[in-house]
Design a protein around this ligand. Structure first.
Ligand SMILES: [Zn+2]
Length: 123
């Protein structure tokens, strides 16, 4: 059945361009072009976040690797922070029976106390 679009029947605004949308109540975009660019933007934002996180993990890994290379198994947190270490970026944490939690950055494990990381080793 033919149903004329009532221009008064405005439901919402296009999520991409912000123009008013007429017609079906569940429409979110004014056309497929707007829908496509909206989703492309979301995907690229997701990729960017992933990229930033991977770069930070890689930077942490490089710092830890350098410590292991010079056979250091502990390092003051202040020095780590000066080197650009970001303690909140880890790939794994495991509760241990002792007082400290084991943190991992890929295959390098360590413990963190208030003042330092210690027991740095490869797993
Ligand atoms: Zn639009």
């Amino acid at each position: 059945m033919y149903k004329p679009i009532n221009p008064e029947h405005q439901n919402s605004h296009c999520l991409e361009c912000g123009e008013p949308i007429y017609g079906r109540a569940d429409k979110k975009f004014c056309n497929s072009g707007c829908r496509n660019s909206f989703h492309a933007h979301l995907r690229s934002e997701g990729r960017q976040k992933k990229h930033i996180t991977l770069n930070l993990l890689a930077a942490n890994y490089g710092i830890l690797e350098n410590l292991l290379r010079i056979q250091k198994t502990s390092c003051p947190m202040d020095s780590l922070l000066d080197m650009g270490f970001r303690p909140e970026y880890v790939t794994h944490t495991a509760e241990k029976r002792g007082r400290h939690t084991e943190y991992r950055c890929f295959d390098i494990a360590y413990y963190i106390s208030a003042a330092k990381i210690f027991n740095l080793h490869r797993v």
